[in-house]
Design a protein around this ligand. Structure first.
Ligand SMILES: [Zn+2]
Length: 82
């Protein structure tokens, strides 16, 4: 019996390349982006094992990161072509 693999996290950014505080061109929800980007950076996995959120101390990705990541994805998807 095969176990279903956990789907890979869908994110355009990584810890090495986090979302910028200033939204990319075309993003109209500037404030939403800035809040989401700050939250995204605050809720990264720990450096040691990368399994726990450094802020929440719960299994990563934590809810806060998920919400921020969704918001960033939404902003990018609805961004007007520059
Ligand atoms: Zn967190």
């Amino acid at each position: 019996m095969q176990r279903t693999q956990r789907p890979r996290i869908h994110s355009a950014y990584t810890r090495q390349q986090p979302p910028p505080y200033e939204p990319p061109p075309g993003v109209t929800e500037v404030t939403a982006w800035q809040l989401a980007a700050a939250q995204w950076r605050d809720h990264l996995p720990d450096d040691l094992l990368g399994v726990e959120c450094v802020t929440c101390r719960t299994a990563w990705p934590c809810d806060a990161w998920d919400i921020a990541n969704d918001m960033i994805n939404d902003c990018r998807e609805t961004a007007q072509a520059a």
